[in-house]
Design a protein around this ligand. Structure first.
Ligand code: PLP
Length: 376
């Protein structure tokens, strides 16, 4: 048995994505910066991809910068805002991904940027009145708040946050790595300066992503070299990866409602099956609330049975995680910020359109053995 329920860490490549990429690994291998026919074809494919992605999310092609993934996109946004935007105060949350928090930590030392955290409650809901207070009482603000949290799935209201940023003339960056391809975006209607996305979270290849940088927002160079990507991101573009990401995003949005319904059904079923089996379960943050969390993530804390649940499920062929893959082994800062009981083992189940009802039944069967309940 092999069941993959760790899709917030990474998703399997859609075979149709591989088919779209293959010609760009073989016959169409040109460098988009070359002047000959191979290069021109590669350049045309690159710009076609930029346009397709931009159209899918309500952006202009000029606003899309291809990167090596979500981490680089977050870094590029934050470094650009702080170094060129004359930012001296950053407003963020303890729930952000290390790609954001570590970047801020490093820059705040160098640029003496002050950092404030938006208040939140035990479910992780952000206090937007406090965000407004922070915006009102400081100047030259950068707000960096993620769209959906990767461990507990909490969704933040980026439309409302964007409006507040507009009102107080603040720069707004959002990490949409867990929502791109899963929720619809119309960036022409949202006040967002920078948005980060990563292909491997929506059945595209690893090592490729993009930064949406709204026209007029500042951009600086992270990687020095050639003039690719509007002179801000040197290096030969990962064209097969970009083609794959484009195909993956097209597929994700073509059937988004069907995928969402299917995945939400699996998540709801897992929630109700777990509650029947283990009434003492606790769901972290808003992860069990359909409207307040991304439908792909469920975080549950269990009564301690002395069994290492993640290793036990792994031995049974079921892949889940305790939280973020990049922080394996360390205590989750997200759960700590929520004040979750550290003695209760936590599992993050994260789903994709390739999961099935049968797989959820098999997970419950295995959990039933640990919790000494015979599955019906
Ligand atoms: N931001 C969030 C919320 C993530 O979940 C991840 C990956 O886990 C990243 C950023 C980093 O993306 P990448 O793996 O493409 O660098």
């Amino acid at each position: 048995m092999s069941i993959y329920l760790d899709n917030a860490a990474t998703t399997p490549l859609d075979p149709a994505v591989l088919t779209a990429m293959t010609p760009y690994l073989l016959a169409n291998f040109g460098n988009p910066s070359s002047q000959h026919q191979f290069g021109r074809e590669a350049k045309a494919a690159l710009e076609r991809s930029r346009k397709i992605i931009a159209n899918l999310i309500g952006a202009d092609a000029d606003e899309i910068i291809f990167t090596s993934g979500g981490t680089e996109a977050d870094n590029l946004a934050i470094v650009s805002a702080i170094t060129c935007g004359k930012i001296d105060h950053v407003i963020t949350t303890p729930f952000e991904h290390p790609a954001v928090l570590q970047t801020l930590k490093s820059l705040s030392k160098q640029y003496h940027t002050r950092i404030s955290h938006v208040k939140h409650n035990a479910a992780g809901d952000l206090n937007l009145a406090h965000l407004e207070y922070l915006l009102r009482t400081n100047t030259r603000n950068l707000v960096t708040i993620m769209h959906a949290n990767n461990e507990i799935g909490n969704l933040n209201d980026i439309a409302a946050i964007g409006k507040l940023c507009e009102k107080y003339d603040a720069v707004f960056h959002t990490d949409a790595v867990q929502t791109m391809g899963h929720l619809a975006f119309d960036l022409s209607k949202l006040n967002i300066d920078y948005l980060a996305a990563s292909a491997h979270k929506f059945h595209g290849p690893k090592g490729v992503g993009f930064l949406y940088c709204r026209e007029g927002s500042k951009l600086t160079r992270l990687i020095h070299g050639g003039g690719q990507e509007k002179q801000v991101r040197a290096g030969t573009e990962n064209l097969p990866g970009i083609i794959g990401m484009t195909k993956a995003l097209e597929l994700a949005y073509a059937e988004r409602h069907t995928h969402q319904q299917h995945i939400q059904y699996l998540k709801s079923k897992l929630i109700s099956d777990i509650v029947s089996l283990i009434p003492d379960v606790q769901f972290n943050g808003r992860s069990a609330k359909a409207n307040d969390s991304i439908y792909t993530v469920l975080s549950a804390s269990f009564p301690d049975t002395g069994v290492d649940l993640i290793s036990y499920l792994d031995a049974a062929g079921i892949a889940v995680s305790g939280g973020s893959a990049c922080c394996t082994g360390s205590t989750s800062a997200v759960l700590q910020a929520l004040g979750a009981d550290p003695d209760r083992p936590t599992i993050r189940f994260s789903f994709s359109r390739f999961n099935t009802v049968k797989e959820i039944d098999q997970v419950i069967e295995k959990l039933a053995v640990v919790f000494q309940v015979i599955a019906a």
